[in-house]
Design a protein around this ligand. Structure first.
Ligand code: UDP
Ligand code: MG
Length: 325
């Protein structure tokens, strides 16, 4: 086998505090792999600037000038982690045999990249980085994450537990992944759908090197809800089930009321009336809300809007110039 060209894709949103350090650490890993003749000398690190409002892009340009293996892609505006990652993957796919995605904050243990590459050499198409412990996450984040995986499993969505977006994909697996054209991207739900041979590598998740999480609670909840409704109609089914239950309960209540009436014990009736109005009203709102969520998803999908726009490309252009000369 020829030595594979590796591209490490790193989405960055306001990461000026960590960029230089991340770049230095990833470059040394890349260099080691090159020295061990495990990857091609054309391998690259690709930083994707997801519309940062700080000096992230300038720093990427500086890194690129200093080290030609470091490349950058500047998106025209902030499109969120998943779409930024997609932009990097689509760009990298054209010139790589395998791609590793990793966050910019050094929370994922970059020393296991070595194992990723070894597994790739052994013929694996997808290598999932799986967090061994989440000790550095807050208790809250740990329990909510666990609850999330449990719930997803229950409603039939196959996820690799404790795997975020730290993974290696071969060119052919990546090409298949890139055929999924959905606007509501949830990559870690899609990757297992691709198939091919896959394996896991375990590592300890560290604390953010610097800066703060770009996933506050509100975004995390939205992400979880998106993941759920993008992959399953179980929530709609749940509503149907509750509706059915409500009808059943009302039927029993009606039977009781009619018997009471026939026996001559007429009730004043206000309590039961007001309760059922609120109850049924609430159910209807819940049902409409969930159905609305799906219709909203359909609305976004049918528009087929582009998922990101590239403002500057310090990956492809440089490669093409090199290939022409
Ligand atoms: N990120 C991004 N666009 C966004 C938000 C985040 O590209 O709109 C990047 C961010 O720079 C980081 C990765 O996505 O590299 C994960 O974000 P973060 O570390 O803040 O999330 P957490 O680890 O807290 O879940
Ligand atoms: Mg992080």
């Amino acid at each position: 086998m020829n030595k594979p060209v590796l591209t490490i894709v790193v989405p960055c949103f306001n990461e000026e505090e960590v960029l230089a350090e991340t770049s230095a650490q990833l470059s040394s890993v890349l260099l080691e792999l090159m020295e061990e003749l495990l990857i091609s000398l054309d391998s690259k690190i690709l930083f994707v600037d997801d519309g940062s409002r700080d000096r992230t892009w300038e720093l990427i340009e500086v890194e690129n000038e200093r080290n030609p293996n470091i490349r950058g892609l500047k998106l025209a505006r902030n499109v969120g982690h998943q779409n930024a990652l997609l932009a990097g993957l689509e760009t990298a796919a054209k010139h790589s045999d395998c791609v590793i995605s990793i966050d910019a904050d050094l929370q994922d243990d970059i020393t296991v990249i070595h194992q990723f590459i070894e597994k790739f050499w052994e013929g694996q198409d997808i290598v999932y980085g799986v967090r061994d412990s989440r000790e550095t996450d807050t208790y809250f984040k740990r329990t909510t994450a666990l609850g999330f995986y449990r719930m997803m499993e229950r409603i039939g969505i196959k996820l690799v537990p404790n795997h975020a977006d730290f993974r290696l994909m071969s060119k052919r697996a990546l090409d298949e992944l890139l055929k999924y054209k959905e606007t509501n991207l949830f990559l870690r739900g899609l990757v297992p759908l691709v198939g091919f041979k896959s394996t896991k590598v375990y590592y300890d998740r560290k604390e953010r090197f610097a800066g703060e999480s770009k996933y506050p609670l509100k975004k995390m909840l939205a992400f979880a809800f998106d993941g759920m409704t993008s992959f399953s109609v179980a929530p709609i089914r749940f509503v149907t089930f509750i509706g059915f239950l409500a009808v059943l309960i009302s039927a029993i209540a009606a039977g009781y009321a009619i018997t009471q009436e026939l026996l001559g014990h007429t009730e004043s009736g206000w309590t039961s009336l007001i309760i059922s109005i609120w109850f049924v009203g609430g159910l209807q709102m819940l049902g409409i809300g969930i159905i609305g969520e799906y219709i909203g998803k359909i609305y976004h999908e049918v528009k087929r809007r582009p998922r990101y726009a590239v403002e500057k490309d310090l990956y492809t252009n440089i490669l093409e110039v090199k290939q022409q000369s």
